[in-house]
Every structure is written in structure tokens, then in C-alpha cells.
Design a binder for this molecule. Structure first.
Ligand SMILES: NC(=O)c1ccc[n+]([C@@H]2O[C@H](COP(=O)([O-])OP(=O)(O)OC[C@H]3O[C@@H](n4cnc5c(N)ncnc54)[C@H](O)[C@@H]3O)[C@@H](O)[C@H]2O)c1
Length: 430
């Protein structure tokens, strides 16, 4: 985006293959529209990639911030990227940290490293945190249109950074201090994680109650001030499932609700396995077709994906119990090219399957033809963990459908609630 708006940009990456790919005008990740923009930027002469930083007016650090063991932020990439620019720093430079980071990182980690340049960081440099808040799959649109938060180590730093982003950002830009900007980014993802945890908890409760959580949430969301998110097989990706831990790490005694929500979401793969076990009762060494390893629909990213946990448990553990035994898995994901387990072609994935389990809501799965799939499988059973499929269509083709969070009118054994017939929605009175 910077290169397309008249700036000379050097994109630095320690991965040589990424650098070579970009210098050819190509891309190494899946993202709609990105190839065209990168190719145009390279051909304009405004963008080139390199494995080493060079002297510049502005340095933007946008390296990974995953967690390491114990759910602690791994800041080693940020540290080494910050150290790599130190020899190139000059008076008047602007340094921006874009990576999602624990609150206090700019002040307590970045500034001490920049001081190694012997410059007076408060007077000679402008330093700011400008968190990235784009949605994979819509990155190019959102980079331009989303509002941005910019936190400076002082007012001038925030203003310098705001002026830079204004070359392409049409959304509002809100300036604040660096620590508030860092925390606001963590809070955005924490809010969504806690909300999804509520949806997941309701899914488990609705299954026991014999009702459908999707209907319940839909009805509750008719209230003008209620917006409950969607349940699912767990929360993946390198943002929502990671960032809340950055708050818990610093405030373990206070961030109790945040930690509990994380655990609720992390328990969902186990819940999916328990449901699979019930569906497959009596089938010895079943063949299971897994649809989707990406952490969400229409992307190729498998980081922290709940599918990974579910597949690992199926392959290595006795997740389905002794009665069912070890399953044989086929995995089909049209977006993911590289995965730790073998990926199958479309027809091979379904052939002789005893159960199809949909774990990612890729568009390709919505448009599957249930009759053609029905001819390939051994048993017409499908378990949708995303509410992605048209149930009626699959049932018409002879499939028994299972949906996460749907108790199908059958309360769990021991529940005090009688079986219920789902009521028809009535029109609201004026
Ligand atoms: N991708 C998104 O949609 C998104 C959204 C919001 C926030 N973020 C945040 O942005 C940051 C980056 O995320 P990402 O998805 O681009 O990460 P990524 O892992 O996809 O890519 C980061 C790149 O940084 C390179 N790298 C690692 N160390 C380096 C170093 N010292 N110098 C130069 N390059 C180095 C890696 O080789 C990799 O190509 C993270 O903190 C993430 O949480 C990303």
C-alpha cells in the first residue's frame, strides 16, 4: 500500500524464499487481490524486497508475535527485528511497531533497544505503536477503510505516524499513547474471544437441553443491544486465540474471566471429539473424512487451528474410545497446500467414509453436491461444526446430519427437561 501511494519501500524478511517470491512480483500467502497489488508495486519500481534492512526515513516492524510454551508472548522476533534496524537509525527517523504486543512493549522493550543507537530516543526519534487490525481474506479493503489507533511515545510521534498512514487510510485515525494502543488491540481480540466462549458454552448447554443454539442465539440477538457470536469447534488463528494470553500473562490474578474464556474455547476440540464418538458408536475403525484444516473459512492459514488438535487426537490418541478404535482419516482442504498430515484429493477424501466432519467454513463446502458425495461414502453421516451446510439439502439426499450446539429436541440423559418440539417463529406484534 505504501509503495502504491508513491513511497519507495524496501520489504525486509529474513526468509530468502519470501524475498525472492516478492521480487518476482508474486506472493507466498493466499489473499484476494494481493498478487495484483504486489506485482504492480514491484513493476512500478517503488517496491523491492531484501533480507537486510537499509537506511530509511521510516521503519515499520510487523514481525510475528506468537506464544511460546506456557502461553507466554514470544517477543524474540520483535527484539531481533528492532536490533536489525539499530545500525541504520538516524536523527528524525520514525519507528513504528505494528506487531500485536503485550501492553508496555514499545516503552519497555523497543525503546531500550533503540537506545543502543546512541541517539536520544525521546528527542531524536519518533516512535509509535500502530496495531494491525485487518481481517485475513479482506486485508486490502480493510487496510484502507478501517479506523486506526496510533499510540506514540509522545504526541509528535503519534502525529508523525498518523500523517504517514493518511497516504492511503480513509478510515479515522485516533491518536493515543503507546501502551493504550497496545492494550486496545489486545482488548479487541479478547472481547471477541470471550464472546465466542459464551457462544460455545451455550452450545454445550443447548445440546444438553435438547434445543438448537443457533436458533437461541439468533433470537437473543434480536434484542437491540445483544450481539452473541457464533459457536464452533474452537478458536484458531494467530490473533484471537493468542492475544488474550498476553493480558493473562501480565495480570494472572486479575484476568480470570479472560483466562476462563480461553480455556472454554480450547476445550471445544475435545467436545467435537466427544460428539464424534457418540455418532460413531458401534463402528469399528471408522473412516472419517475431515473437511478443513485452515482455522477459518477461505484462508490457507492453519496456525492454532482447532482442526490440528482434533486431527492429532484422532491420529495419536484413543480419542474415540476403545469401542470405536483408531480411525482412518482422510483430510480435504482446497485452500491449504502444506500440512503435517497427508491431504487428499476431493473424491479420495469422501470414498468409503463412515462420517464426514466439517471443521472449516470454506465456501467450497457450502456448494458440495450431497448426492454426488452420497455415492462415494459408505455411511451417510455428516457433522457440521460451523453451521455452514444447508441441512435440508443433505437430509433430502439421505444424510443424517449433526450440528454443533443442536440437541435436536432430545435432552441429555438425566436432564430434568422434557423433550421439546421446536416451536415455529411467530411474527412480532407491532
Ligand atoms: N496477518 C494479519 O491479518 C494480522 C492481523 C492483525 C495483527 N497481526 C499482527 O501482525 C504481526 C505479523 O503478523 P503476520 O501475519 O504478518 O505474521 P507472519 O508470520 O505471516 O509473517 C511475518 C514475516 O516476518 C518474517 N520475520 C520474522 N522475523 C523477522 C525479522 N527479524 N526480520 C524480518 N522479517 C522477519 C517472517 O519470515 C515472516 O515472513 C503479528 O504480531 C500479528 O499478530 C496480523
Amino acid at each position: 500500500m505504501f509503495a502504491m501511494h508513491g513511497n519507495k519501500v524496501v520489504g525486509v524478511d529474513i526468509n530468502e524464499s519470501v524475498v525472492a517470491t516478492i521480487n518476482r512480483g508474486q506472493i507466498h500467502i493466499e489473499e484476494p487481490g494481493l498478487k495484483t497489488v504486489v506485482s504492480a508495486a514491484i513493476h512500478s519500481g517503488n517496491l523491492r524486497a531484501s533480507t537486510k534492512p537499509v537506511k530509511a526515513d521510516v521503519f515499520i516492524l510487523a514481525v510475528p508475535t506468537p506464544f511460546r510454551q506456557g502461553k507466554k508472548a514470544d517477543m524474540s522476533y520483535v527484539e531481533s527485528a528492532a536490533r536489525a534496524i539499530v545500525p541504520h537509525l538516524r536523527k528524525g527517523n520514525l519507528v513504528i511497531l505494528e506487531s500485536t504486543s503485550p501492553a508496555g512493549t514499545t516503552k519497555d522493550l523497543i525503546l531500550p533497544i533503540l537506545k543502543e543507537s546512541k541517539l536520544d530516543v525521546e528527542k531524536d526519534l519518533y516512535v509509535a505503536h500502530c496495531p494491525e487490525r485487518v481481517l485475513p481474506g479482506r486485508i486490502l479493503e480493510e487496510l484502507i477503510a478501517n479506523d486506526r489507533i496510533i499510540g506514540g511515545i509522545n504526541r509528535e510521534s503519534a502525529e508523525q505516524a498518523a500523517a504517514l498512514y493518511r497516504c492511503f487510510v480513509t478510515g479515522n485515525i485516533f491518536c493515543t499513547d503507546a501502551t493504550s494502543a497496545e492494550l486496545s488491540k489486545l482488548v479487541e481480540n479478547t472481547y471477541r474471544d470471550v464472546n465466542i466462549a459464551l457462544a460455545n458454552e451455550l452450545a454445550v448447554i443447548c445440546e444438553k437441553l435438547g434445543v438448537n443454539v443457533w436458533d437461541v442465539i439468533n433470537l437473543a440477538n434480536k434484542h437491540p443491544r445483544v450481539n452473541i457470536h457464533r459457536p464452533g469447534p474452537g478458536v484458531g488463528g494467530h490473533c484471537i486465540s493468542v492475544d488474550p494470553w498476553f493480558i493473562v500473562e501480565d495480570f494472572p490474578d486479575d484476568a480470570k474471566l479472560i483466562a476462563l474464556a480461553r480455556r472454554r474455547n480450547d476445550a471445544m476440540p475435545h467436545h467435537v471429539l466427544q460428539k464424534m464418538k457418540t455418532i460413531l458408536e458401534g463402528v469399528k475403525n471408522p473412516r472419517i473424512a475431515i473437511l478443513g484444516v485452515a482455522y477459518k473459512g477461505n484462508v490457507d492459514d492453519t496456525r492454532e487451528s482447532p482442526s490440528v488438535e482434533i486431527i492429532e487426537q484422532l491420529v495419536h490418541g484413543s480419542a474415540l474410545g476403545k469401542g470405536v478404535g483408531k480411525p482412518r482419516l482422510t483430510i480435504y482442504d482446497p485452500h491449504v497446500k502444506h500440512f503435517d498430515h497427508e491431504l487428499s484429493a476431493f473424491e479420495d477424501a469422501f470414498r468409503d467414509a463412515d462420517l464426514i466432519v466439517l471443521l472449516t467454513d470454506h465456501n467450497e463446502y457450502r456448494y458440495l453436491d450431497p448426492s454426488s458425495v452420497g455415492e462415494l461414502v459408505r455411511s451417510k453421516q455428516i457433522f457440521d461444526t460451523r453451521n455452514c451446510l444447508n441441512r435440508e439439502k443433505w437430509e433430502k439426499a439421505g444424510f443424517t446430519t449433526h450440528l454443533i450446539g443442536d440437541g435436536q429436541g432430545k435432552p441429555a440423559a438425566g436432564s430434568k427437561v422434557p423433550a421439546i418440539k421446536p416451536a415455529k417463529a411467530t411474527k412480532a406484534r407491532k
